[in-house]
Design a protein around this ligand. Sequence first.
Ligand SMILES: NC(=O)c1ccc[n+]([C@@H]2O[C@H](COP(=O)([O-])OP(=O)(O)OC[C@H]3O[C@@H](n4cnc5c(N)ncnc54)[C@H](O)[C@@H]3O)[C@@H](O)[C@H]2O)c1
Length: 355
Amino acid sequence: MIRVGIIGCGRISDLHAQAYLEHPEAVITAVCDPVAENRDTRGAAWGVAGQARHADYRDLLARDDVDMVEILVPHHLHAQVALDAMDAGKHVSLQKPMSTSLADADAMIARAAGRDVVFKVFENFVFYPPVQRAKELVEAGEIGEIRGIRLKSNPGWSPTAWEVPAAASAWRIDPEQCGGGPLVFDDGHHKFAIAWHFLGLADRVHAFIGTSYDGLIDAPSLVSWTHPDGAVGSLEVVHSPELKLDTVHYAQDDRVEITGTKGVIWVTRGHGRMLNVAPVVLHRDGVTTGYDDMPTGWETSFIRSGRHFVDALLNGTPPALTGEQGREVLAFALAAQESARTGRAATPVRAPAER
Ligand SMILES: NC(=O)c1ccc[n+]([C@@H]2O[C@H](COP(=O)([O-])OP(=O)(O)OC[C@H]3O[C@@H](n4cnc5c(N)ncnc54)[C@H](O)[C@@H]3O)[C@@H](O)[C@H]2O)c1
């Protein structure tokens, strides 16, 4: 049995908890949040006893009945909480981005190795069933060699979207706490992770990061990059305030197009769904095929990612993402920030051992 402590009981914790509540070999034994309502409401819903709901994460880390922690706090707190958890001998699942700086990322990777704990950076998009199916199709050679990947983030509005508390938006629009803007850095992590998942780390990144709503939103934006094998990628972020979307999570549509030497794959949804087509579409040999035999609820990506970590701990297999992999995605995202600042292409900074 893996005994889980959840640190940070905010918006996204509901989907993380689902993974552990559904896993026959996991149990949530403790929670922590300085906001009493968050830790009590969610702790009670997840079956956590009152005395195991803490305001200070160090009290949770001192517990003997916690094997691993799920860290779901604002980005500027990630590194310190993770380092303290590792020092307490806990395995760590840390939400993306692993930190706001590569120095912090390197410190966490080193600390996890030194303390002999397993360290996972939680990136759910690579566990989203349509993305997993696209990966299977690529690995089966259906589109030949990938030459380009195109990603689109398109936030709008939705009457069915879940409620995002003001507190969850407040730290995201402060670059000191978030590490960058809410769309290109925070949400962008998922898109850089998808590109990395299919093509590895980019070697040159160029970004135009726009602003709207008095600088609160980092869109419209365009990031483009190259990979060492010559493949190219791009991320376009456009905010459409009057675009009505179908979702029960964030009011945003995500789309991916992967072009190979002999075919093209589209992943047509993410948080939201806009196109009335199959979640994965393949075109090859002049034939277009839609694949709809998979779950498409966005929560599935969290359940699969959480389940994967419990299984990794039980079986002694590596988690996805490892700390080193999470660092690559962070370097990718930070290169976009640097390029937008300097107006020049930036090279993602590789780990010290790889330089
Ligand atoms: N994978 C995804 O798709 C996805 C989606 C949303 C959020 N996230 C990530 O999840 C994390 C949390 O995001 P959120 O949207 O739930 O934010 P949120 O603001 O709703 O929740 C953060 C929670 O952390 C608590 N907190 C603050 N300081 C703390 C501390 N010192 N100790 C313990 N708890 C503390 C806050 O009170 C709050 O309840 C971030 O890393 C974010 O990037 C990922």
